[in-house]
Design a protein around this ligand. Structure first.
Ligand SMILES: Cc1cc2nc3c(=O)[nH]c(=O)nc-3n(C[C@H](O)[C@H](O)[C@H](O)COP(=O)(O)OP(=O)(O)OC[C@H]3O[C@@H](n4cnc5c(N)ncnc54)[C@H](O)[C@@H]3O)c2cc1C
Length: 341
């Protein structure tokens, strides 16, 4: 049995580890944190991602924990439609903690080594001895640095994102755009509402939930009633805030030697298309599938690179373009045709 070392127990690393385990690899996952991270709100999974996870045996769990996405629409901050409300057949919303939990349950317990950071400047023996190393260590990837150098570090976009839950009932997913800001509202699988908001703001002090609430009220409290009522019912303890980073410079390849990069380590993108976790799962599925087909690890990694690099880099470019559209272009107020009559 060949040994694979996966670095990072996020959605990418856990999906790869489950797939490798199911196809006969002896897998160990090195995670730097003392616990697998589950923070965050619901993740939108597209149909192909759900199909991939079903093939790993997670279908029943997803059906039990996720809810179908009934519609997706973009509106202006005053609720004029920018896009029609479209159903997304096969797409679901699932809490990040539930998805991570399902993946974790599918791995044999000893495979996951918590509190095992891979240090910069030299791979540990668990990597050196393995036939395959999967770099799934996220946006600030140490393995990416090792393979391609500091020129390929993630860069700050200058945009802040807040996420959390609110105590009210909504359906589908609606984004409101205006004033170089965005507010998104979606139904929550466990009941209630998920929301997220973005604005161009300098990085700020962490952790002050009350200050965040005041900032959110002043930025979005005067928007359409659906946004204002969500902002008014935000659960203070749920608010997460951080800066958005992305990999502005495309990697020339997603593998070197016996190391493959997947997920945010390979193509960290802005969250504007809601694709990062989906691409992470699809990378892992592609990697595992190619390892099944090709007898040599180097041929499998080259095939993985061919099947995933162009498509994920195109998606990252699209996501960055939407990010610019929302946050950087001057927004003219849309004239109200009824005003002055
Ligand atoms: C606000 C926001 C909303 C989003 N919403 C969506 C959405 O709706 N749909 C969607 O598809 N995507 C979404 N995304 C993107 C998605 O969250 C990420 O693309 C995805 O989680 C990346 O998974 P990953 O496993 O590659 O990385 P991560 O989840 O970052 O996991 C990396 C893991 O590696 C570990 N690690 C790091 N360095 C080391 C080291 N040196 N040694 C050992 N372990 C290490 C970390 O602790 C972590 O556990 C969103 C992102 C943001 C910021």
């Amino acid at each position: 049995m060949s040994t694979a070392t996966v670095v990072g127990a996020g959605i990418a690393g856990l999906t790869a580890a489950v797939g490798l385990h199911r196809t006969g690899w002896s897998v160990r996952v090195l995670e730097q944190e003392p616990e697998v991270r589950t923070s965050g709100t619901a993740v939108l999974l597209h149909r192909a991602t759900v199909t991939g996870l079903e093939s790993l045996g997670l279908g029943a769990g997803i059906r039990a924990l996720a809810i179908p996405l009934t519609g997706l629409q973009v509106r202006t901050r005053t609720a004029l439609p920018i896009t029609p409300s479209r159903p997304r057949p096969g797409a679901v919303l699932i809490e990040r903690a539930d998805l991570v939990g399902l993946l974790r349950e599918s791995l044999p317990e000893p495979a996951l080594l918590l509190d095992h950071p891979v240090p910069a400047g030299g791979l540990p023996s668990a990597c050196v001895d393995a036939a395959l190393v999967v770099g799934a260590d996220g946006i600030h990837s140490t393995l990416r640095d090792e393979l391609f150098g500091s020129a390929y570090r993630a860069a700050a976009t200058g945009t802040t994102v807040w996420r959390g839950t609110a105590d009210l009932v909504t359906s589908g997913l609606t984004e409101y755009w205006g004033q170089r800001r965005r507010f998104g509202i979606s139904s929550r699988p466990s009941g209630g509402t998920n929301w997220y908001a973005t604005a161009v703001l300098p990085p700020s002090r962490p952790g002050a939930a009350r200050a965040d609430l005041e900032e959110l009220r002043s930025l979005f409290g005067h928007w359409d009633a659906a946004v204002a009522s969500t902002v008014a019912r935000i659960s203070e303890a749920s608010v997460l805030r951080h800066e958005i980073f992305h990999l502005a410079r495309r990697l020339p390849r997603y593998h070197l030697g016996n190391v493959a990069l997947i997920g945010d380590a390979a193509h960290a993108m802005t969250p504007d298309l809601g694709r990062g976790a989906n691409e992470a799962v699809l990378d892992a599925m592609s990697l595992v599938g190619n390892l099944e087909v090709h007898h040599r690890v180097d041929s499998a990694l080259a095939a993985y690179d061919r099947s995933r690099r162009r498509t994920t880099q195109r998606t990252a470019t699209g996501s960055a373009a939407v990010h610019t559209l929302i946050h950087r272009l001057p927004w003219q107020p849309i004239p109200n045709p009824c005003r002055g009559r």
